[in-house]
Design a protein around this ligand. Structure first.
Ligand code: HAM
Length: 415
């Protein structure tokens, strides 16, 4: 019996796997240029890392976590995101002595969600975190990195940056009081979900998709009006900074994001090209996460992007990083010589495809299917005289080349 992949998981092979690698390399290069260092945290952590870090009332903790008890009876969870694990390591693994603590990461994340295009149960994120710095410049740096990353992938034009300030704790407390007392007047008209959120996490009502809820929200008090002076100043610095950097943005007063750890700026780069799952890269500042996980008082800022969502956007325009050449023995006695020549050319930096079975015509077909630049044909008589045939696919021309001139000739072909 054939066994299928689990619902909401997928296998990467061929074009999707090349796109995945391309996204990662682009991200790693850029993050290092910005002074972020690589970091990896465990794929499973004590469940408390996420329940405390992300908030019991968040959708992730209340209904999406893959949690299990191990043989010892301890509760662990497959990480649904990367920030909490990094904050835990900063809090408990002696990393807080590093300043600045700027890291980038990537890997699989797990959420029990209803799978659809762009939404999976095992998905992959790449992200950055900068912990221990309160300056708004670190927010600007992180947003700029996200923007440049999308630019390097050729996707900046497809995405809009939505940004909001949800202020500090004091501002949010004040806002919540006014907001809840306004919504109480409409409690019975709110959707079932929003009625629940009104009790446990009212700000999340902004995320409601219900038209009725959105109508009620139109007349609600605005978070911006409750920001205290320091939160307003922080927000203004960010908006001015974005303008100075030439990063286009939309101020989105209803953007609150689904994780409880955020303060001040939250942002999302959103595309219209992916239907309902249009948020490709998202993040914000978090003031209390490290403390909640037992660490020192240290705020941080970061983002994460969904690699599958980026891949979907790149699908139509991506060209694989091609190999250039293939050595084909015309007679099987030259199989080892062809193999040795392949390895010698690879050592000199050439990119060669290899395939070890089939006759000349089958191998030529294979070479053609790989979009190679040329095939190097080794025939017994010519080879003895130190020569080979070079078949250039673009022109169809075939010519004799001396083996000692081969590397120079190949170099010219890839220029
Ligand atoms: P998040 O918004 O939950 O934030 O996820 C970030 C990104 O991961 C989303 O914008 C989306 O592209 C991708 N993503 C999330 N869930 C799925 C899914 N089920 N399938 C496919 N892609 C998905 C965070 O995770 C925060 N840790 C971001 C952050 C970092 N904030 C501060 N630092």
């Amino acid at each position: 019996m054939k066994i299928q992949t689990a619902r909401g998981t997928q296998v990467f092979y061929g074009q999707p796997a090349y796109i995945y690698e391309h996204i990662l390399t682009t991200f790693q290069n850029l993050s290092q240029n910005f002074g972020f260092a690589p970091m990896a945290t465990p794929i499973f952590e004590s469940s408390a890392v996420f329940s405390r870090g992300l908030g019991e009332s968040s959708d992730i903790v209340s209904k999406e976590m893959y949690s299990f008890n191990d043989r010892n009876g301890d509760s662990f969870t497959l990480r649904p995101e990367g920030t909490a694990g990094i904050a835990r390591a900063y809090a408990a693994d002696g990393l807080s002595q590093h300043s600045p603590f700027k890291v980038y990461y990537h890997g699989p994340m797990f959420r029990y969600e209803r799978p659809q295009k762009g939404r999976y149960r095992q998905f992959h994120q790449l992200g950055v975190e900068n912990i221990g710095i309160t300056s708004y410049f670190s927010d600007l740096e992180v947003i700029d990195l996200g923007y440049q990353f999308l630019g390097d992938l050729g996707l900046a034009k497809n995405c809009v940056l939505s940004i909001n300030s949800i202020g500090d704790e004091e501002s949010r407390r004040q806002f919540k009081e006014k907001f809840v007392s306004y919504l109480k007047n409409y409690e019975s008209e709110l959707s079932e979900d929003s009625q629940k959120r009104l009790k446990i996490n009212p700000l999340r009502i902004f995320d409601s998709k219900s038209e009725g809820d959105q109508k009620i929200l139109e007349g609600a008090p605005r978070l911006t009006d409750s920001l205290n002076e320091s939160s307003r100043e922080f927000r203004d610095h960010i908006f001015n900074g974005l303008e100075k950097l030439g990063i286009p943005y939309q101020s989105a007063s209803g953007l609150v994001r689904g994780l409880d750890y955020y303060s001040h700026e939250v942002f999302e780069f959103i595309t219209k090209d992916l239907g309902a799952q249009g948020t490709v890269l998202a993040g914000g500042r978090y003031d209390h996460l490290v403390e909640q996980l037992g660490g020192p008082k240290a705020s941080g800022v970061g983002f994460a992007a969904g690699i599958e969502r980026l891949s979907l956007l790149l699908e139509d325009q991506f060209k694989e990083a091609h190999l250039d050449f293939m050595v084909i023995p015309v007679h099987q006695d030259l199989e080892m010589d062809a193999f040795a020549l392949t390895e010698d050319l690879r050592k000199s930096g050439f990119k060669l495809f290899s395939h070890f079975s089939g006759n000349l015509s089958k191998r030529m077909k294979k070479a053609n299917s790989q979009n190679l630049k040329a095939a190097i044909l080794l025939g017994p008589d010519e080879f003895k005289q130190g020569k080979c045939q070079l078949k250039v696919f673009a022109t169809g021309e075939q010519s004799e080349v001396s083996l000692k001139d081969l590397k120079v000739t190949l170099s010219k072909l890839i220029k």
